[in-house]
Design a binder for this molecule. Sequence first.
Ligand SMILES: NC(=O)C1=CN([C@@H]2O[C@H](COP(=O)(O)OP(=O)(O)OC[C@H]3O[C@@H](n4cnc5c(N)ncnc54)[C@H](OP(=O)(O)O)[C@@H]3O)[C@@H](O)[C@H]2O)C=CC1
Ligand SMILES: Nc1nc(=O)c2c([nH]1)NC[C@@H]1CN(c3ccc(C(=O)N[C@@H](CCC(=O)O)C(=O)O)cc3)C=[N+]21
Length: 301
Amino acid sequence: MSEAKRIDGKARAAGLVERVKAEAGALEAATGRRPGLAVVIVGEDPASQVYVASKARMAEECGFKSVKHVLGAETPEAELLDLVERLNGDPTIHGILVQLPLPRQIDANKVIRAIAPEKDVDGFHLTNVGLVGIGDVATAFVPCTPAGAMILIRDALGEDLSGRHAVVVGRSNIVGKPMAQLLLAANATVTIAHSRTADLPALCRMADILVAAVGRPEMIRGDWVKPGAVVIDVGINRVEAPEKGEGRTRLVGDVAYAEAAERAAAITPVPGGVGPMTIAMLMANTLVSACRAAGRAAPKF
Ligand SMILES: NC(=O)C1=CN([C@@H]2O[C@H](COP(=O)(O)OP(=O)(O)OC[C@H]3O[C@@H](n4cnc5c(N)ncnc54)[C@H](OP(=O)(O)O)[C@@H]3O)[C@@H](O)[C@H]2O)C=CC1
Ligand SMILES: Nc1nc(=O)c2c([nH]1)NC[C@@H]1CN(c3ccc(C(=O)N[C@@H](CCC(=O)O)C(=O)O)cc3)C=[N+]21
C-alpha cells in the first residue's frame, strides 16, 4: 500500500474562512450589520488562552466584531451567568462561546443552558443537541469540531456514506457523540467506542472511517487501521520533545501518524488537520447566526 493522502485541514479551513469573510462583507453591505462573536474564558489555563486568542484573531480577519471577556479563576458561577445574560441581550453579538473546561465552582451544564440557543455557536445547548439528535442538522448549530471533521470526510468520500462502517473512538458530548450523529445522518453505519470497549484494536480494524477523539497521544497504532481507511485524528496532545531541546514540546494526535499513513487511504495530520477546521466552523456558525438575526438566508458550509 502506498503512503496515504495527507488531508490538508489548514488549507481547507483557509478556503472556508475566505468564504465567511466574503459573506460577512455582503451582509454588512446589505444591512449595515456585522457578525459579532463573544468569547469568554475563565481562569488562566495557558492552552485555553492560545485557542481563545486564535479564535479572536480569526474573527477579526473575517471582519467580525470580536469581544473577549477574561474572568478570574475564582469567578463565582452567578457572575458568569450574569455575563451570559448580558451577551444574550446584546443585539451586536450573534455568537457566544464559553471556553471549556470551566473551574470547579462553576457548573458547565448550567452555563451552557443559559446561552440563548440562537447564539450557541458551539452547538452545546440542549436545543441544538436535540436538533442534531433528530437529524435536523440544517437548523441546528452543529458543534464545530465534528462539523469540521465531517467536511473533511465528505471531501474524501462524498456526501453519502451508505455502506461504510465508521468507528468513533470517544463519546464526549463535544466531539464523539455529535460526530457519531453526523456520520449516521450521512448514512454511515456507526460504532461508538470508549474506555470500556473490549478489543479496541480489532474494532478499529473494521472501520472504513476511523475517528479518534480520545486525548491519548498516539494511542491508535498503524496496525489498528484497515488498509484503505480514512482516518480523522481529532486529538490534540502536547508532549515533551527533547529532540527539539530541553523543555520543548510538540503537538501529536491520538493516532501514530507515520504508522497509520502506511495503511490509510487518507489521514489528517496534527497540527494542521481538524484543529483549523474547528475554528473555521466557529466563524461559519457565527456568520449563519448573524444572517438569521438579520432575517436573511444563511449560506451552507
Ligand atoms: N481538534 C479540535 O478542534 C479539538 C480537539 N480536541 C481533542 O480531542 C480529544 C478528545 O477530546 P474530548 O472529547 O473533549 O475528550 P474527553 O476527555 O471528554 O473524552 C475522551 C473520550 O475518550 C475515551 N477514552 C479515554 N481513554 C480511552 C482508551 N484508553 N480507550 C478508548 N477510549 C478511551 C473516553 O471514554 P469514557 O467516556 O469511557 O471515559 C471518552 O469518551 C482531546 O485530545 C482534545 O484535546 C477536543 C476538542 C476540539
Ligand atoms: N467552548 C469550547 N469550544 C471549543 O471549540 C473548544 C473548547 N471550548 N475548549 C477547548 C477545545 C479545543 N479546541 C481547539 C480548537 C482549535 C485547535 C487548533 O486550531 N489547533 C491547531 C494547533 C494549535 C497550536 O499550535 O497550539 C491545529 O491542530 O493545527 C485546537 C483545539 C476547541 N475547543
